[in-house]
Design a protein around this ligand. Sequence first.
Ligand code: PLP
Length: 329
Amino acid sequence: MMVTSTWVAGHGWDEPVLSPRAPLSIDPAMVGLHYGQVVFEGLKAYRRPDGRMCVFRPDAYARRMQASARRFMMPEPPAELFVSAVRQLARADESWLPTDPDLSLYLRPILFATEPCLALRPSTSYLFLVLAFVTGGFFSDAPDPISVRIEENHVRAAPGGTGAAKCAGNYAPTYPAQANAVKEDCHQVVWLDARERAWVEEMSGMNLFFVHGAGLAPVITTPPLDGTILPGVTRDAIIELASADGQRVKEAPMSVAGWRDGCAVGDITEVFACGTAAGVTPVGAVVTSAASWVVGEGKAGPVTLRLRDRLWKAQRGLVPDTFGWLVSA
Ligand SMILES: *Cc1c(COP(=O)(O)O)cnc(C)c1O
């Protein structure tokens, strides 16, 4: 199924409508297609042990879509509209989701400009649309660590640009770097800052965390949100979960040299990435044009595994929802 709501200047938003998923009829001159007034979101609904479906933090994703829309002078979908549309679709497509707890319903809201117009100005009409996909299968016990290639030529985002917005145009330009990473037997790309190409920003569609020190009282750091990093809802959840666990979490810049040297002297013991699609993923090895190194023992470390488990259980309602993150579908 799909849920749609239109916005027209002078009229505002229509009530979201549930309908069978079907091709759209669009004008070939529509603004979204030509000039990229397109922003999207990605969130998930999970099945709780009692069988009820819950959406994880839909209000946080709604706020982020509003921020992305502002950046492109698009109308902001009200949070109530966003949340009710994703709940409506999760309910409608619930029967597609098997009971296997590894699987979840990935919800993809997208907002794009539909006015046929080639003038360089914001569209006067938009479509907000939500689709759902069954996604799986990352396993709860022993996640395989990934290797990453640090990209030194292309940049994902620049100061003053659109890196903090989840806009369609941010993704296709990353494909050449991803292809190069795969060519060098790496799974994913790590992006650096545009000015100095020295500071680590994020990994593909996931935010990065560094674990400093061994034992039970490590310090966890993640690069600060400075406008070039996509503010992940999972990043925020990990900060909350780690803090609630009594761990020290700091937003602090990490340089490539600091990452390499930190691993060499044993200060950095674990690195992991997090995002809605894949949860928490350990990073085991790093490749640059000049060097390559292993993080810790090159496998998932205890802090990574603990936070991964905490997130997994919070998303699926396997622990009390102390943060109020679950909204029933
Ligand atoms: C969506 C996204 C993330 C992760 O955000 P979540 O809200 O945790 O899914 C990180 N980086 C980029 C570039 C993204 O597009």
